[in-house]
Design a protein. Structure first.
Length: 284
């Protein structure tokens, strides 16, 4: 029986064409063929590095159908490389279905280290890196996005998310409402490219910076959310003292006013108090 082939997971640059390893170039040249998210994109990259090889498409729309044929090739003894358009395959890119199936079939998978926007952004953002959570892209629908941010509000690890230029203002607006005015955010933009920028501040400060300079809304971007630290960050809902004050004030004042005053007295979030009062009104 022929020796089984190996599936190599090969990262490619995320902007700067210098960011590919010698081992990656050698692997792409030596495997029997390359499975690529976009064959035209990968051929251009190969041309740049002087690599000649067969390329076939493996993307999110055909991965499930193609996987059996790819497995068959590996079983027959062909080693193959998997690349995506940029960065590390499988990190918000196709490849999971194939790698999972390879593991099921006992086929060897070797991942090469290389460029990935998550680790580049984390390394230079200045937020804690000892533990982090990667959330991929936040949901595009506003309601779901806010619900996801609510769920992340008490996260005590640095949270990394990918973001797109046409949603960045909406996402920062939601972060401002949900995460509050205390939480530090870093926007890492155009990493490894000419206009690489790191902006840090609260969501409100970043919104202001992006409105003042609309160029900062362009390009590829990663958002990093600092870990929850303050008591209000970590706690789910308003504190007990604030709730008592709010209930007292509600005897004399309309909800909006009572929530605003309580927020000032206890350094709490107005929206959270408002919400808590609405939810608890019916239980009284
Ligand atoms: N597999 C890729 C990786 O390893 O980073 C990620 C692919 S995902 C489909 C594309 C997203 O990654 C972009 O929308 C952006 O959020 C982020 N990204 C990729 N390259 C970037 C760069 N040079 N600067 C900032 N973010 C980048």
């Amino acid at each position: 029986m022929a020796e089984q082939g190996i599936l190599y997971i090969v990262p490619t640059p995320i902007g700067n064409l210098g960011d590919i390893t010698e081992r990656a170039v050698k692997t792409l040249a030596e495997v029997a063929a390359i499975a690529a998210e976009d064959t035209r994109h990968t051929r251009k990259l190969m041309q740049h590095y002087g690599i000649q090889n067969d390329v076939f498409a493996l993307h999110e729309h055909n991965e499930t159908q193609r996987v059996d044929a790819v497995i068959e090739r590996l079983l027959q003894g062909d080693s193959l490389a998997l690349v995506s358009d940029a960065g590390t395959p499988l990190i918000n890119d196709p490849g999971y279905v194939l790698v999972h199936r390879c593991r099921e079939r006992g086929l060897k998978v070797i991942a090469l280290p290389g460029a990935c926007a998550v680790t580049v952004a984390l390394s230079a953002a200045g937020l804690p890196t000892d533990r982090f959570a990667f959330e991929g892209f936040l949901p595009s629908k506003p309601q779901q996005r806010r619900a996801k941010l609510e769920a992340l509000k008490t996260e005590t690890r640095t949270v990394v998310v990918y973001e797109s230029p046409h949603r960045i203002l909406h996402t920062l607006t939601d972060m401002n409402v949900v995460l509050g005015s205390g939480r530090q955010i870093v926007l890492a933009r155009e990493l490894t490219k000419q206009f690489e920028t790191y902006l840090n501040g609260t969501a409100a400060e970043l919104l202001q910076a992006l409105t003042d300079d609309t160029n900062q809304q362009r390009g590829e971007m990663v958002l990093l959310i600092a870990p929850a630290q303050s008591e209000a960050d970590v706690r789910d809902g308003p504190g007990e003292a604030a709730k008592r004050t709010l209930l007292l004030l509600l005897e004399e004042l309309p909800l909006k006013k009572a929530a605003a005053m309580t927020a000032k007295i206890h350094d709490e979030r107005k929206n959270e108090l408002y919400q808590w009062a609405l939810e608890n009104k019916n239980n009284e």
